[in-house]
Write a protein that binds this ligand. Structure first.
Ligand SMILES: Nc1nc2c(c(=O)[nH]1)N[C@H]1C(S)=C(S)[C@@H](COP(=O)(O)OP(=O)(O)OC[C@H]3O[C@@H](n4cnc5c(=O)[nH]c(N)nc54)[C@H](O)[C@@H]3O)O[C@H]1N2
Ligand SMILES: Nc1nc2c(c(=O)[nH]1)N[C@H]1C(S)=C(S)[C@@H](COP(=O)(O)OP(=O)(O)OC[C@H]3O[C@@H](n4cnc5c(=O)[nH]c(N)nc54)[C@H](O)[C@@H]3O)O[C@H]1N2
Ligand SMILES: [Mo]
Length: 754
């Protein structure tokens, strides 16, 4: 059987809670991936597609941004990469007949799981102003409508143009060019909700907002800390790298409120021995409280200084503001550290000792650090600790923020940034002979605020699912519904197409796996991984439908209608080498782009701290940063809730209803709470509760979650997003980065009314 009917919308009636697992990957992972692939695309297409995944001359995996090893094995196989591919390469189609059958209000009541299950979008669709249904429209008419409506806005700033991190470098570059030529810097992206805190922290401290390690560094490290990250689900190929690091003698410390399966025992599907026996990855697990990391890293730094283990040479030569920092740490309050982390002093002292006995240390992190109020301070505290012993700019050491979407880092490099620096805007203006606006534009949260205030009237989305991915779902959905126009370039149907503007367009685009034919022949695109490596991606599958166009063809189509003659839009569309030529003259590090990107492994972008211990900061050195410690206070009767991913989802795309490693089957409305916290709050495993979040502007409620008794840190809870985004207040954001604090939501449990 090649394809099955989409599954029904879940009502969680079949929900089962089983024993949790400590082992990850292995044969079950391979089997699961093949089952999902087969269900979506049949056996032949599954085989043809998966062999091209992450191979030279193949396509870049549309899953995560973890880099590919230089010598890729024939199957750089990962269960969740395979699911991401199956989701895109599915044989199911959303046709005009589907839209005729389902009014928009009905679609708005469906879950993202159901919507995504319907298959690929294949024709441009239009909701005429106030219309009840989407109806087919020609590409030319769609482009004309967009140009007319955008021109009629009171100002270009009345539009905001979102990007999700799957867009290629070439598409992202053209998109921001079009938006800036149109006259606004309103370029929010998924990064605003993701690693913005890392970028803000690192740009200040080391002068560049990107991580400072290559994959080879992991293999040479003697201590690796994995902090606030669940690679077994979200970056499964990272486990292969950790396994290799471990074999080379690395000690691995995991810091997380949850004891995540993959970081325990990993069965590498690439290695027969590992597959059977498994490798114990984590040597030490510190079960930290949510948002306790700033206190932990400050304490580790204080102990390092106290022990006289500072690399004085490095500090003198390469850093600034050391004296202020040492003075500040001298006043560290250990009672506060113990309360904030929930760890014992012995645990912290033993890690500090391990740190000072290690010569090459890497700290990896993801959303567990970036989505808290004090995220930027926390990441700067990690940087401080690393600077103390010169753990930046040498082999086997460095900072490793692990990026999410496969090209989210590249999109930022290409200028998808509401706060792009003047140097970038200067170069862009010179190349295309115009004067880009200099005022910063709106990020994701400020876009929602401006929509609610009536200042933003039109929304464009290059991929993504804005309504489900952003906080405060009810308020955001209402704001979107009030817009004059929403335009979304998408592969799959999602909530944002249903909770759309009064007039709306859905423009179906090619995915990574598909062949991209243009007037100048078959085209390839490029991406940048989490470690600053740029390489090509070439799709081979036949496009999902005759009408489906590449992102670049769609962007240039809009630009031809909106900004005729302001660039050679048709020429750029015909031959993407021409886009790369422009990029080579605008973006530093891309000199000779076309020649270098066609090399076997692509090329590495420059990173001055990593390459030469040069720190392009305001002081010209790596900066120690003083951050006050101000741990979140949780009133009695409340919990801190983090909103996380299950094993069967990619952000708002839900592949299935299981979270295998955490023992959840056939349901998503679960909340994980510790047994002793449950007892204290008067609840038990299996109870049904509403989650009520508490914020200065009032309460928000997510109804009917099943309580699952689960080991997490004291006072902490966890549940899946996007279902819990209704609980995240729009104003609960990280300082400086404005990233929603979706990993520390203050909640209480209330028994559900049955
Ligand atoms: N299969 C799959 N792959 C993905 C994605 C996906 O949804 N599915 N999403 C992609 C994207 S865009 C991203 S950004 C990444 C996300 O990758 P992750 O960051 O791994 O994803 P989350 O599920 O948000 O998990 C956060 C982890 O941090 C821990 N944590 C939460 N708060 C704290 C804290 O205060 N301190 C510490 N020390 N730990 C904490 C949680 O317990 C959890 O283990 O994955 C990418 N890859
Ligand atoms: N509460 C809570 N909220 C969160 C998070 C959290 O941890 N907790 N995580 C945040 C993070 S880290 C991120 S990155 C954001 C993610 O936010 P987004 O990037 O906006 O969301 P996705 O779910 O990745 O977007 C999925 C949609 O992208 C479209 N798509 C897929 N592939 C392509 C393609 O190749 N081209 C185009 N044009 N479209 C495509 C499909 O239509 C699909 O429905 O969510 C954030 N929201
Ligand atoms: Mo992300």
């Amino acid at each position: 059987m090649s394809r099955r009917a989409p599954r029904q919308d879940p009502d969680d009636t079949g929900l089962e809670v089983k024993g949790r697992k400590h082992d990850a990957a292995g044969l079950t992972a391979v089997t699961k991936a093949l089952l999902i692939s087969n269900e979506q695309m049949g056996i032949r297409r599954t085989a043809l597609t998966l062999v091209r995944l992450n191979q030279k001359d193949g396509f870049d995996c549309p899953g995560c941004a973890w880099p590919d090893p230089h010598h890729r094995s024939t199957a750089e196989f990962c269960e969740n990469g395979a699911k991401a591919v199956a989701e895109e390469a599915t044989l199911r189609r959303v046709t005009p007949a589907f839209f005729a059958e389902h009014p928009i209000t009905e679609l708005a009541g469906k879950s993202d799981y159901w919507l995504g299950q319907q298959g690929r979008l294949v024709e441009p669709m239009h909701r005429p102003r106030g219309g009840t249904h989407y109806v087919p429209i020609s590409w030319d008419d769609a482009f004309t409508i967009i140009a007319e409506r955008l021109r009629a806005l009171p100002s270009p700033d009345a539009a905001s143009f979102y990007t999700s991190g799957r867009a290629s470098n070439e598409a992202a570059f053209l998109y921001q060019l079009m938006v800036r030529r149109f006259g606004t810097n309103n370029l929010p992206d998924c990064s605003n909700m993701c690693h913005e805190s890392s970028g803000a922290a690192l740009a200040h401290s080391i002068g560049i907002g990107k991580g400072s390690v290559h994959l080879e560094d992991l293999y040479a490290a003697d201590l690796i800390m994995v902090v606030g990250q669940n690679p077994g689900t979200n970056h499964p190929r990272m486990l292969t790298a950790l396994e290799k690091a471990k074999r080379n003698g690395a000690h691995i410390v995991t810091i997380n409120p949850l004891d995540e399966a993959g970081l325990r025992r990993f069965h590498n599907p690439q290695s027969p021995l590992s597959l059977v026996k498994g490798t114990e990855l984590t040597d030490e697990f510190l079960q930290i409280r949510l948002s306790g990391d700033q206190a932990l890293f400050a304490a580790l730094a204080q102990l390092t200084i106290e022990a006289g283990a500072v690399d004085e040479d490095f500090v003198a030569k390469h850093t600034s503001e050391y004296a202020e920092y040492v003075e500040h740490l001298g006043a560290l309050d250990w009672d506060q550290v113990i309360a904030a982390t929930g760890l014992t002093r012995t645990e912290i002292e033993s890690l500090a000792e391990r740190y000072r006995r290690s010569d090459r240390v890497i700290v990896c992190w993801a959303m567990g650090l970036t989505q808290h109020r004090d995220a930027v301070a926390t990441i700067q505290e990690i940087t401080n600790l690393m600077l103390l012993r010169g753990n930046i700019g040498k082999k086997g050491a460095g900072l490793c923020p692990v990026r999410g979407h496969s090209n989210v880092q590249g999109d930022r490099t290409m200028g998808i940034w509401e706060k792009a620096p003047d140097s970038f805007l200067d170069a862009l203006g010179t190349e295309f002979d115009f004067e880009p606006r200099r005022e910063h534009g709106l990020d994701a949260v400020d876009t929602i605020r401006a929509m609610r205030a009536g200042q933003v009237r039109a929304f464009g989305g290059l991929g993504g699912n804005f309504v489900s991915a952003t906080p405060d779902t009810a308020a955001t959905a209402e704001a979107m519904a009030g817009l004059d126009l929403t335009v979304q370039v998408s592969t799959k149907l999602n909530k944002s197409h249903a909770l759309c503007g009064q007039e709306a367009l859905i423009l179906p685009c090619l995915g990574r796996t598909e062949r991209d034919r243009q007037a100048g022949g078959d085209q390839v695109v490029s991406v940048e991984d989490s470690m600053g490596m740029v390489h090509l991606s070439r799709g081979r599958l036949e496009p999902a439908g005759e009408q489906v166009r590449s992102e670049i063809a769609i962007i240039t189509g809009i630009a031809e209608a909106l900004l005729p003659g302001q660039a050679d839009w048709a020429g750029l569309r015909a031959d993407y080498d021409r886009i790369r030529d422009h990029i080579s003259r605008v973006v530093p590090g891309f000199e000779d782009f076309n020649a270098r990107v066609h090399q076997r492994d692509g090329f590495a972008l420059p990173h001055p701290p990593r390459d030469r211990r040069e720190f392009p900061t305001a002081t010209g050195k790596a900066r120690f940063t003083v951050n006050a410690l101000d741990p979140l206070q949780v009133p009695p009767g409340h919990l801190l809730l983090q909103t996380i991913r299950s094993h069967d989802q990619f952000n708002t795309t839900i592949y299935g209803l299981d979270d295998r490693y955490r023992g959840i089957k056939a349901g998503r409305r679960v909340v994980f709470v510790r047994p002793d916290d449950l007892a204290e709050l008067g609840f038990a495993d299996g109870d049904h509760v509403d989650l009520v979040s508490v914020w200065s502007d009032g309460e928000r409620r997510a109804e009917d979650f099943r309580v699952v008794s689960y080991e997490t840190a004291r006072g902490c809870a966890a549940a899946y997003f996007p279902e819990t985004n209704v609980l995240v207040p729009l104003d609960a954001v990280a300082k400086v980065s404005n990233t929603p604090a979706s990993k520390s939501v203050l909640v209480r449990l209330e028994r559900s009314a049955v």
